[in-house]
Design a protein around this ligand. Structure first.
Ligand code: GLN
Length: 309
């Protein structure tokens, strides 16, 4: 495929959903996110062959929120490998990303690393032998390496807003600590988690950073192995089954690719052996996933005929 045909695919897909732009509701439980313009829309496709296509606000940074959990999962799998699965399962939850009920019934072991409880355990593991500042810096250093962009950082206004309103996440950590599934202090775990959720990146940077997942763990930008092929496959499987919380089935049905969403309105989808697509539209559906972003990815997958089958 050439840059022109890739551009045509992205253009016609994005134009087909353009009348939906502005739909959905911005996340309002984090005040700093509620102020984002709901009419923003961006999309970026990067392929393993070095081709690229961009649409709309593809270069504008936004709050990546739960998309950051893919990066913390990669770091944790490299740190402790399969031992992770003693503390977090890898099953779809069928519940909201911040649900509390299931955690009590399952004795403090979160269903998967992408619901908030699971990602909070990832933060706890990243804190092993590190201060909160060093843990956050480890995530940022990793992002700088895989994106080739040293300026990626945290939006401190979002981080403060999240920390001030982290009552539900705090209750998840407290409960897991009572089940002996958290080793560090509740406040240190929240500090790492809220800060990595508050990282700002553009569609272009996100697509570039996740190319290693389209290439079995090998990053074509830095020419480095980021993670083993086995573990890269596991991350993609978890994205496929758990990347959109209780709407993961609907996303898989409509888009057919492993993906991860965030309440900032971003979604990244991996096309194995081909490349990465990122879309951004801040209006969310009732499950907390970008409403227009999902439609855009559905159109891109349909027009390009990319799927995992
Ligand atoms: N930081 C957000 C939270 O903890 C992340 C949720 C998301 O993006 N789904 O609620």
């Amino acid at each position: 495929m050439t840059n022109t045909s890739l551009g045509k695919i992205l253009d016609s897909a994005c134009r087909s959903i353009q009348n939906q732009i502005g739909s959905g509701k911005v996340a309002n439980y984090i005040p700093a996110l509620a102020r984002v313009d709901i009419k923003k829309f961006g999309a970026a496709i990067l392929t393993l062959n070095g081709e690229s296509a961009f649409f709309g606000d593809a270069y504008e940074s936004f709050s990546i929120q739960s998309i950051s959990k893919v990066f913390s999962l990669t770091l944790v799998l490299n740190q402790i490998g399969d031992k992770l699965w003693k503390r977090v399962h890898h099953e779809p939850s069928g519940n909201a990303f911040n649900s509390i009920v299931q955690l009590e019934m399952e004795r403090g072991i979160p269903r998967n690393p992408f619901i908030n409880a699971g990602a909070l355990v990832l933060s706890d593991i990243l804190l092993k032998d590190r201060t909160p500042e060093a843990s956050i810096q480890t995530i940022l250093n990793f992002l700088h390496e895989i994106s080739g962009e040293g300026r990626i950082g945290i939006n401190h206004e979002v981080a403060i807003s999240e920390l001030e309103n982290a009552h539900r996440n705090a209750s998840l950590v407290h409960f897991m600590k009572s089940c002996n599934n958290i080793e560090n202090t509740v406040s240190d775990v929240l500090e790492v988690y809220c800060n990595h959720c508050s990282i700002s990146m553009s569609c272009e940077e996100l697509s570039r950073s996740m190319l290693f997942l389209a290439k079995e763990g090998f990053d074509p930008i830095s020419n480095k192995r980021i993670i083993s092929p086995e573990l890269a496959r596991r991350i993609n499987s978890i994205m496929m089954l758990c990347g959109h919380y209780d709407a993961s089935g609907d996303f898989a049905y409509r888009v057919g690719l492993p993906g991860k969403s965030g309440v900032g309105g971003g979604i990244v989808a991996i096309v194995p052996d081909v490349g990465v697509i990122t879309v951004w539209s801040p209006g969310l559906n009732n499950n907390g996933n970008s409403l227009v972003g999902t439609s855009a990815l559905e159109a891109i997958a349909r027009i390009s005929n990319w799927n995992i089958l």
